[in-house]
Design a protein around this ligand. Structure first.
Ligand code: FPP
Length: 283
């Protein structure tokens, strides 16, 4: 089990060039879940995979007297900024929670708007993403998804399959429990068919059946708008993820916000249940 309490700073002694700015942001309370100024001065590797819970579109709109739809529309613009920032900042995988398996419970007009927004995103941005060497992957259930959206998502994946830049993972109609249940069902079917021995089932065997089987676990999960929960997002894959909770709403997300989240990540010490890089020195 990973112990979160002993946050020993790494022994590199290196101070990242942007440390003063980063510390200023932290003291302004713009980064939550990170208050250790010593750890902030250490410099860990950049995260390979960043996953984002894009929360607060509705509250952003309400605070401005605008309809919720406008918050979602501005959320799509923030998504475009996030993709560009991920490319600039050397992130290899960016997963965005665009529609959860539970979001069908929203009013039909909002669900319809979100579906339209996804279609617009694929229609308007796919060529650009492809030109920028972005590989698109979609994770989630296709059950209940309209045929035209289903086809568009397949097309986006097919067109960009050969790209080797950023992988943009769109979690759409995604629920982590559903992903685990489906994977379990697939393993059970193999056992029933006699092609898999029950003893051969281990964590890797289950993982290989996930929608996200080809995607590494997230190193960092960012959630905007002050909520501190996972909401059925990447439950299995988040086992050793670092979390950064931002007080700002998703439509305000930009390059600087992304950089600040990565700076907070670099200050973390990841031990994966072991003793961490300082164990030799501390005995
Ligand atoms: C959460 O905010 C956001 C969503 C449920 C939808 C996220 C969608 C986008 C950012 C649009 C762009 C995405 C794609 C892929 C086209 P909320 O509505 O729950 O906000 P609230 O908690 O303030 O009400």
């Amino acid at each position: 089990m990973r112990e979160g309490s002993a946050r020993t700073p790494r022994a590199t002694g290196e101070v990242a060039q942007d440390a003063p700015e980063r510390e200023a942001r932290m003291s302004e309370g713009r980064i939550e879940g990170h208050s250790d100024a010593t750890a902030a001065a250490t410099d860990a590797a950049a995260p390979v995979h960043v996953a984002v819970i894009m929360d607060g579109n509705g509250r952003w709109a309400a605070a401005r007297g605008l309809p919720r739809f406008e918050g979602h529309r501005r959320g799509m613009e923030a998504l475009r900024r996030a993709v560009r920032a991920a490319q600039d900042l050397g992130v290899r995988y960016l997963t965005v929670f665009s529609f959860s398996a539970e979001n069908w419970a929203r009013p039909p007009a909002e669900v319809q708007f979100l579906m339209g927004l996804l279609k617009r995103f694929v229609r308007n941005d796919l060529a650009d993403l492809h030109a920028n060497n972005v590989r698109v992957r979609v994770v989630g259930s296709r059950e209940g998804v309209a045929a035209d959206i289903d086809a568009m998502l397949d097309e986006a994946e097919a067109l960009t399959r050969g790209n080797d830049g950023l992988t943009l993972v769109i979690a759409f109609n995604y629920g982590a429990r559903q992903e685990i249940v489906e994977a379990t069902r697939r393993l059970a079917a193999k056992v029933a068919a006699g092609t898999l021995a029950p003893d051969a089932i281990d964590a890797d065997a289950l993982r290989r059946e996930f929608w996200s089987a080809d995607i590494p676990d997230p190193d960092l999960i960012i959630r905007t708008s002050g909520e501190q929960r996972l909401s059925n997002f990447l439950l299995w894959q988040a086992a050793y993820a670092e979390f950064v909770f931002l007080p700002s709403h998703w439509p305000d997300f930009d390059h600087a916000t992304f950089e600040a989240a990565l700076a907070a990540f670099r200050g973390r010490v990841r031990r994966f249940g072991g003793l961490g890089p300082d164990s030799a020195r501390t005995g």
